[in-house]
Design a binder for this molecule. Structure first.
Ligand code: PMP
Ligand code: GLN
Length: 382
C-alpha cells in the first residue's frame, strides 16, 4: 500500500504567478504578469556578493542574520521612521518576506483564531493563516480606490480576532495607507490584544510625492506588530529571496524560536553584500521616482489602447480595466491575451478567496521601456 497525504490545503492549486509565467514562456509572450524587473540589477551589489564569497564568507552566519546587516537595517529604520529598534532583539533576516510572514503567523496563531485580511490580497497570506489552523476573515477593499472600509472592518472583529493584516503599498492595486487609515488602525487596536502584521515590501516603491507610512513609525501600533520587508524589491533582485522581519523583543523572541528550526539562517554572501550596500541611501530613496517614470511611461502608451487605468500610488503594479473590450472572466481574458496577443498579465480575481470579477487585470510595469513598448504594440491589436 502506498500512503496518501491528507492535504492541508485541499482547495489550493498552483499559484497564479507560476501559472501565468509558465503560460507566458509556452507562448513566448511578454510577461507583465509576475512581479519582477526585466532589467539588470545594480552590478556593484552583485559584485559585492562575489567578493564576499571570494573573501571566504561561505559558512553559516548568525541565525538571526549577519550582525552588521542588522545594524545597517536598524540605522535605516531610525533614520527613515524614527524608531530606535534594536538590531539584536528586533530584527531577523529571513529567506524572503513570504517566509517572514509565514513565521510570524506561526508564532502568533492558535487553532480557531481569526485574522482579518483585506481583499484583493497577495496570494500567500490566506494559505499561511489556514496552515496554522486559523481562519482568514476576508473584507473587501472599497472597489476602485482599494481603501479600507472602516465599517466593514469594525463589524468583522470578534472575540476570536487575533490579528489584522495590512499591506502598503498594496499588491495588486498600488493603493497606499494614509493618515486616516493609521488613525483607524489605532482606534480599533488600542486597549485590545490584537496583533498587526504589516507587509511593507514595497516601502520605497511609492509615487506622486506620497510618503510611505510605516507601522514602524507609530510606537502604539509597532508594540503589537510584525513588519516584513524584502530586499528583492529594493534592489531589483527578486530571485535573491532575502528579506527581514522587524518586531518588538517579546514577539521577535517567539518568531526566532520557529525560525531557528526552519531555515535557521540565510545565504551568507548576500548578507555581507547588503550590509555594505545599504550605506548608499540614494539607492533606495530614489527608487520611487525611477519607478514612477516607468508607471507613467507605460500609462501613456496604454492610453492608446482601450484599457482604462485605475490609480496606482506604489508597488510594481497598476490595475487596468478591460470593461470596454470584453465581458470575459478575468482569468479567461488573461489566458486569451497571453495565447492570442502575446502579453501576460495577472487576473485580479486570483487575489480573492472566492474570486470577485471586476474585469480588471494587473500589469507589472517594472520593465525596460522597450518591453513596455513591445507589449503595448501587441495590445493595440485588441
Ligand atoms: N508581499 C508582497 C505584497 C509581495 O508582492 C511579495 C512578492 N514578492 C512578497 C510579500 C514576497 O516577497 P519575497 O519574494 O521576499 O518573499
Ligand atoms: N510578488 C510577486 C507578484 O505579486 C510574485 C512572487 C511570486 O511569484 N510568488 O507578482
Amino acid at each position: 500500500m502506498i500512503p496518501t497525504i491528507q492535504s492541508k490545503l485541499p482547495q489550493a492549486g498552483t499559484t497564479i504567478f507560476t501559472i501565468m509565467s509558465t503560460l507566458a514562456a509556452e507562448h513566448n509572450a511578454i510577461n507583465l504578469g509576475q512581479g519582477f524587473p526585466d532589467f539588470a540589477m545594480n552590478a556593484a551589489l552583485s559584485e559585492l556578493v562575489s567578493k564576499a564569497m571570494a573573501d571566504g564568507h561561505n559558512q553559516y552566519v548568525h541565525m538571526n542574520g549577519l550582525p552588521v546587516l542588522r545594524e545597517a537595517i536598524a540605522q535605516k529604520i531610525k533614520q527613515l521612521y524614527g524608531n530606535p529598534v534594536s538590531a539584536n532583539d528586533e530584527i531577523t533576516i529571513t529567506p524572503g518576506a513570504t517566509y517572514a510572514l509565514y513565521t510570524a503567523f506561526t508564532a502568533m496563531l492558535q487553532p480557531g483564531d481569526e485574522v482579518i485580511v483585506f481583499e484583493p490580497a497577495y496570494d500567500c497570506y490566506i494559505p499561511a493563516i489556514e496552515l496554522n489552523g486559523a481562519k482568514a476573515v476576508t473584507i473587501p477593499l472599497t472597489p476602485g480606490t482599494y481603501k479600507i472600509d472602516q465599517a466593514l472592518t469594525r463589524a468583522a472583529i470578534t472575540p476570536k480576532t487575533k490579528a489584522i493584516l495590512i499591506n502598503s503599498p498594496h499588491n495588486p492595486s498600488g493603493a497606499v495607507l494614509e493618515e486616516d487609515d493609521i488613525a483607524f488602525l489605532t482606534d480599533i487596536t488600542s486597549n485590545t490584544n490584537l496583533f498587526i502584521i504589516s507587509d511593507e515590501v514595497y516601502e520605497h516603491l511609492i509615487f506622486d510625492g506620497k510618503k510611505h507610512l510605516s507601522i514602524l513609525q507609530y510606537p502604539h501600533l509597532y508594540e503589537r506588530s510584525f513588519v516584513t520587508f524584502s530586499f528583492g524589491k529594493v534592489y531589483n533582485c527578486t530571485g535573491w529571496k532575502t528579506g527581514y522581519c522587524v518586531a518588538p523583543p517579546a514577539l521577535m523572541k517567539e518568531f526566532r524560536k520557529i525560525h531557528q528550526f526552519n531555515a535557521f539562517t540565510v545565504f551568507g554572501p548576500v548578507q555581507y553584500a547588503l550590509a555594505a550596500f545599504l550605506k548608499d541611501e540614494a539607492e533606495y530613496l530614489e527608487l520611487g521616482s525611477r519607478l514612477q517614470q516607468k508607471r507613467d511611461y507605460f500609462k501613456n502608451l496604454m492610453a492608446q489602447t482601450k484599457f482604462e487605468p485605475l490609480p496606482s500610488y506604489g508597488s510594481y503594479f497598476q490595475i487596468y480595466s478591460y470593461a470596454n473590450i470584453s465581458d470575459e472572466k478575468e482569468y479567461d481574458m488573461a489566458v486569451r491575451l497571453t495565447k492570442n496577443y502575446g502579453v501576460t498579465t495577472i487576473p485580479v480575481s486570483a487575489f480573492y478567496k472566492n474570486p470577485v470579477e471586476n474585469k480588471v487585470l494587473r500589469f507589472c510595469f517594472s520593465k525596460k521601456e522597450s518591453t513596455l513598448e513591445a507589449a503595448v504594440e501587441r495590445l493595440l491589436k485588441l
